[in-house]
Design a protein around this ligand. Structure first.
Ligand code: DGP
Ligand code: NA
Ligand code: NA
Length: 205
């Protein structure tokens, strides 16, 4: 049995990082082998460049070049992720291909062009998409620190994420008015069925 590949997606400040951490605590309690990978993974050389791009607005990079760096950042660690899965470890991704495409296409790049460099990456077994019915995330603390954290841009990203809503692994989760605990319980109920591991091969984008 291989481990499940689970992605947590959403706009900025929807609570992804809080929820992935909650999930890790739970898996630890249950003694289930797990690994978290947060994208962009900023602690590699490519990731360092991405971090500079996101945090320093004076850093000049074409939209296409930035896009390909984010994709390269996924490809540079994918063999490690596959190895973990083969060894039976559950791998949790905090953002993945969906963010890669949605954030770049929101700048006006062609959707399929954006997806192309990620074609061949493994598809998650489950992708939980955290979202608000209202544009509530703009009022959450910390919003606005980085390059993409601008309300109008986030609205465009939200629309582009919709393109994935017909994917079979896609599970939208509205977090309006829910507490951290309640969101955690919802994620857990989606996640539970994958704990035993899976027989079938991973699909690819
Ligand atoms: P985070 O560390 O999760 O807050 O992500 C940093 C920012 O980068 C966030 O605004 C979303 C954006 N982002 C994440 N992955 C990608 C990607 O693959 N491509 C692009 N263009 N943006 C991304
Ligand atoms: Na962010
Ligand atoms: Na974030």
């Amino acid at each position: 049995m291989r481990g499940a590949l689970i992605a947590i997606e959403g706009l900025d400040r929807t609570g992804k990082t809080t929820q992935t951490e909650r999930l890790l605590v739970k898996l630890k309690e249950l003694n289930i082998k797990h690994k978290l990978v947060k994208f962009p993974k900023r602690d590699t050389q490519i990731g360092n460049l991405i971090n500079t791009y996101l945090t320093e607005k004076s850093f000049q990079l074409s939209d296409q070049a930035a896009h390909l760096l984010f994709s390269a950042n996924r490809w540079e660690i994918i063999d490690e992720i596959k190895k973990e899965l083969q060894g039976g470890t559950v791998v949790i991704l905090d953002r993945y291909v969906y963010s890669g495409v949605a954030y770049s296409a929101a700048k006006g790049l062609d959707f399929q062009w954006c997806l192309n460099p990620d074609v061949g990456l493994p598809k998650p077994d489950l992708t939980v998409f955290l979202q608000f019915k209202q544009s509530e995330n703009a009022s959450r603390t910390g919003f606005g620190d980085e390059r993409y954290e601008v309300a109008e841009f986030q609205e465009k990203v939200k629309l582009l994420f919709e393109n994935f809503s017909t994917n079979s692994e896609w599970s939208p989760l509205y977090v309006d008015g829910l507490t951290i605990d309640q969101v955690h319980e919802e994620i857990w109920s989606l996640f539970k069925q994958y704990l035993e591991g899976l027989d079938e091969d991973l699909q690819v984008f």
